[in-house]
Design a protein around this ligand. Structure first.
Ligand code: UT7
Length: 329
């Protein structure tokens, strides 16, 4: 039994923050951001919006596209590092919003690798034969944990997400393989220090801006290029494929220069690499899921195509996934 993607969807909040908007609130330029990252703009949530609202848009769209009723969903997995709150899970809020009364579910925390970890987890439920349909959403509202006085970090991220319905198939289409990795020794280079059990919220933690994302950009850059390229190359080698055999490569969108370097290492030509970082920035667990739905909407995937996904993020966490694209029917 394989797990197949039977529907895709994405949602980006309406509000757009351009590089020119950022020029007005911090010492940066449109030119610097574009040339160093490839980002032109990002979407951010409005005052009364939260991560679960993005998920609910995605979930409704998925149900409609897959022609399913809410009760058809068995499990909801929401991969995110910006849940609405620590408890209950965002998955539970989404389950209620969708009226998916039969579903159980949980949030999964793997930062920028969250969607890949979520896909792998969801696929195993479906492949076991015990569950028929799993909704996997990769989403983040990064604007809620950014310090807009820190130009090193805040210009990179945006809000949004995407999702899929996973169903079982006896065909040889679907998720073929994944290589997932984690190295906790990298945790200090990209983290939000306060707000958990190590450093609960106090007046001091707020005053010291410890509830914002902190990163050592250069170190993250170095590990991201190596991590994404290594697992992607390994995946190709394992399946005796070359970059030419891949119809589409959807890498995590953290920096256009990281994407170019990883694609180069795997000899995947530019026309086969999905890049949408210019529109959304880095939406953490959202990037690959958004890219996947855009690829489907743009007709960039046809039956039998090999699709390669790759991610790298805080943890460190990273991985790649090989999918043979096809329809479940
Ligand atoms: O999903 C994982 C999440 N994080 C990432 O993927 C981040 C990975 N890292 C990166 O993408 C890059 O390292 C950055 C985009 C963060 C930085 O690019 P860089 O080419 O590594 O620049 P840098 O850190 O070496 O900084 C070069 C200069 C510095 O000025 P000085 O010291 O040379 O005078 C920075 O202060 O650029 C300055 N700088 C900026 N200037 C204008 C840093 N951020 C900005 C900014 N606007 N927003």
């Amino acid at each position: 039994m394989n797990a197949i993607i039977s529907a895709t969807a994405h949602y980006a909040p309406k509000k757009v923050l351009t590089n020119h908007d950022l020029e007005k609130i911090m010492d940066t330029t449109d030119e610097w951001i574009k040339s160093r990252t490839g980002i032109h703009q990002r979407h951010i949530i409005g005052e009364n919006e939260a991560t679960s609202d993005i998920c609910t848009h995605i979930g409704r769209d998925l149900l409609e596209k897959a022609n399913l009723k809410p009760d058809d969903i068995d499990i909801i997995i929401v991969s995110t590092v910006t849940p609405d709150m620590l408890a209950p899970s965002t998955a539970a809020i989404v389950q209620n919003n969708l009226g998916a009364n039969r579903a159980w579910g949980f949030d999964l925390s793997a930062a920028c690798s969250g969607f890949l970890y979520g896909l792998e987890t969801g696929a195993k439920f479906v492949e076991s034969g015990q569950y028929k349909r799993v909704m996997v959403i990769g989403v983040d509202a990064m604007s809620t944990i950014l310090d807009y006085e820190d130009r090193n970090t805040s210009v990179l991220f945006g809000d949004g997400g995407g999702g899929v319905i996973l169903e079982s198939t006896e065909s040889d289409f679907g998720i073929l393989d994944s290589i997932l990795r984690m190295d906790g020794s990298g945790g200090k280079y990209l983290q939000m220090p306060a707000g958990g059990s190590r450093m609960p919220a106090t007046i001091e933690t707020v005053e010291n801006k410890m509830h914002y994302l902190k990163q050592d950009g250069r170190t993250v850059f170095k590990f991201a290029v190596k991590g994404m390229a290594d697992v992607s190359a390994k995946m190709l080698e394992k399946h005796q494929l070359t970059g030419d055999d891949i119809a589409l490569f959807i890498p995590h969108q953290a920096n256009k220069r990281i994407i170019d370097a990883a694609a180069n290492r795997c000899n995947i030509s530019k026309d086969k690499v999905l890049i949408n970082i210019q529109k959304y920035g880095n939406t953490t667990a959202g990037t690959i899921a958004i890219g996947l739905n855009e690829a489907v909407e743009q007709g960039r995937l046809k039956e039998g195509d090999y699709l390669l996904l790759a991610a790298f993020g805080a943890g460190w966490t990273w991985g790649s996934m090989l999918i043979k694209w096809g329809n479940p029917s």
